[in-house]
Design a binder for this molecule. Structure first.
Ligand code: PEP
Ligand code: MN
Length: 269
């Protein structure tokens, strides 16, 4: 399979998104709200996470919500706001695409396409995203085995993409004290099996803002190439995933801690 570690030569294993490189010595911190809520909210948080050390900006314009009655995202308007946030900060943007029909509009704005946990098994979307030429951030399905996850990445790669980054975001177990169980062993395992960079999302992986710093430190310590986390200026008022969102101040402090851990494992932030 293309995804297998032994199918690529030396030097591969890095994925570029503009000036940002996944899989190099420098770790990639992706931060931003779960969802784009308004122009003011997004620009404010984009400036704050950039100032604190984020290399990329996240924020969903199209949201895959469990309930059909929950806020579904600002859609096209959300994409316009993301483009403005990028213009203001220079940070490349990763945002989710929910279906193949959205690929033209989402890829017109996104620097990197996110395929979410709920869509990891959508082979049509995987193939279409892989063929569209944009880098892809492929999240692990919440109930996907490592083998199924690797097949999903293979769908994207076999459609022509070479810029694919994996993201461990927690899996379903019997445990209910956390939203998901963050499977950090997936990081070294995926790195053993594939040449793709691997990042960790401790926000969805735990569902609790208070656990995100420790799991981010652990992610860096176990070899992740980056961390993606949700940051909101006022988590109590977030339209989506407030419980797992860091404040800008928490994020700022965490970046300093990650710098120390990174140094201990031969990386930098
Ligand atoms: C997200 O990143 O906002 C998201 C919906 O993540 P996941 O697909 O991992 O649930
Ligand atoms: Mn979220």
């Amino acid at each position: 399979m293309i995804v297998d570690k032994d199918t690529v030569g030396a030097g591969a294993g890095t994925v570029s998104v503009g000036d940002v490189v996944f899989g190099g010595r420098r770790l990639v911190l992706i931060a931003g709200p779960c969802t784009v809520e308004s122009r003011t909210q997004m620009i404010e948080i984009a400036c704050a996470v950039k100032e604190a050390g984020a290399a990329m900006l996240r924020g969903g314009a199209f949201k895959p919500r469990s309930s059909p009655y929950a806020f579904q995202g600002l859609c096209e308007e959300g994409l316009e706001i993301l483009a403005e946030a990028r213009a203001r900060t220079g940070l490349p943007v990763v945002t989710e695409v929910l279906e193949s029909a959205q690929l033209p509009i989402v890829s017109a704005v996104a620097d990197m396409l996110q395929i979410g946990s709920r869509n990891m098994h959508n082979s049509i979307l995987l193939r279409d995203a892989g063929a569209c030429g944009k880098p892809v951030l492929l999240k692990r399905g919440m109930s996907a085995t490592i083998q199924e996850y690797l097949f999903a990445a293979e769908y994207v790669l076999s459609a022509g993409a070479r810029r694919v980054v994996l993201c461990e975001r927690g899996i379903r177990t019997f445990e209910t004290a956390t939203r998901f169980t963050l499977d950090l062993s997936a990081v070294p395992l995926l790195k053993e099996r594939t040449w793709l960079p691997v990042i960790v999302d401790p926000s969805h992986g735990t569902g609790k803002a208070s656990l995100v710093p420790a799991m981010s430190r652990a992610a860096v310590a176990c070899g992740a190439d980056g961390v993606m986390m949700e940051v909101h200026a006022c988590p109590d008022r977030a339209l989506c995933d407030g419980d797992q969102s860091e404040t800008p101040e928490m994020f700022y402090n965490l970046v300093k801690e990650l710098r120390a851990i990174a140094q201990a494992v031969g990386r930098e932030v």
